[in-house]
Write a protein that binds this ligand. Structure first.
Ligand code: 8YV
Length: 309
């Protein structure tokens, strides 16, 4: 008898095949009755953005492992997991470079008008000689990073290769970080041309990139978010862009995914992604393999590869 697991978010076909080989997988949206399978389910696999809804966690009395296919645990109730002795694993390390790459890609796309120019060429506007706005230089600018964890540092190193001055804000100064620290996020924004959000989501960071921070970043400033939509006050962001108080934004994540504020869709100075910063074949395979490894360790009763709880 294969162990039964619940899958809350789709994974790569190769990984789902490996899951199917080893487990009876109940993909939640297709499962007629969670209650009927719940007594036999000891593990849940989910994505970082999806997490585990409280009612699903409550419906699984035998739950012993939540394997997150990602690094964010803000959508998992860790306190409840600890109380119920449920392990929580993530996939650290393997996605750092891709997420940092996406931050730089979004920055370049916004500053240089890459998506706008692509639309211009496809529409045939180049051949008609229609005007197209100039972009803005990225090299040598000042980058502020909100959250200097693994991803934040990887972004910082890329920014240095562009000759940028890097500074950061975090809950506390990181000794030997090698970058200027601003304890106050508004001060960091004031000292930055570009503000990149790389902080963990959750209660501690909710809405910290607020109207005041966006105003400090200013009319020529660019906001990039590859972390969580919850870190930014999305209404304040839309208002700042609409009123020209912010220069542009590159956004991979949103407050209420997959819903994106309609106002953003019409803005030329905004580049939008569908929470894809870790979505490369190479990285999603590596993440999936870590999930498989954690599941195997859990069912074998051995040490988990990457437990956070
Ligand atoms: C993934 C993420 O897109 O790591 C995270 O926390 O949000 C992303 O890497 C996600 O986990 C897959 O759903």
């Amino acid at each position: 008898m294969k162990p039964e697991i619940v899958l809350l978010e789709r994974m790569m076909p190769q990984i789902e095949k490996a899951l199917d080989d080893a487990y009876t997988v109940h993909y939640l949206p297709d499962t007629p009755s969670l209650a009927a399978v719940a007594p036999r389910v000891r593990a849940v696999v989910t994505g970082g953005g999806t997490g585990v809804p409280p009612d699903v966690m409550a419906a699984l009395p035998e739950l012993g492992l939540i394997a997150v296919n990602g690094i964010g645990t803000d959508a998992v109730d860790l306190r409840e997991a600890r109380r119920r002795n449920i392990h929580v694993t993530t996939t650290p390390g393997v996605l750092t470079d891709d997420v940092a790459d996406m931050a730089i890609a979004l920055l370049l796309a916004v500053s240089r008008g890459i998506v706008r120019a692509d639309r211009y060429v496809r529409a045939g506007d180049w051949s008609t000689g229609a005007p197209i706005a100039l972009g803005h230089r990225v090299s040598g600018k000042r980058m502020g990073i909100v959250g200097l964890g693994h991803v934040g540092r990887a972004i910082a190193h890329r920014a240095q290769a562009f000759g940028m001055q890097v500074a950061y804000n975090d809950v506390r100064e990181i000794p030997d970080a090698g970058f200027a620290y601003h304890a106050d996020l508004t001060d960091l924004a004031r000292a930055s041309d570009i503000l990149v959000v790389a902080a963990a989501g959750g209660a501690g960071s909710r809405g910290i990139v607020n109207a005041g921070v966006l105003d400090a970043l200013g009319r020529a400033g660019i906001l990039v978010n590859v972390a969580r939509g919850s870190v930014v006050d999305e209404d304040a962001l839309v208002a700042a862009l609409r009123e020209g108080r912010l220069g542009g934004a590159g956004l991979d994540v949103f407050a209420h995914e997959p819903d994106v504020p309609a106002a953003l869709l019409a803005m030329d100075n905004v580049v939008l992604q569908s929470h894809r910063a870790s979505a490369t074949v190479e990285t999603r395979l590596a993440m999936g393999e870590m999930v498989l490894g954690n599941l195997a360790a859990f069912y074998a009763g051995s040490r988990l590869l990457s437990a956070v709880v």
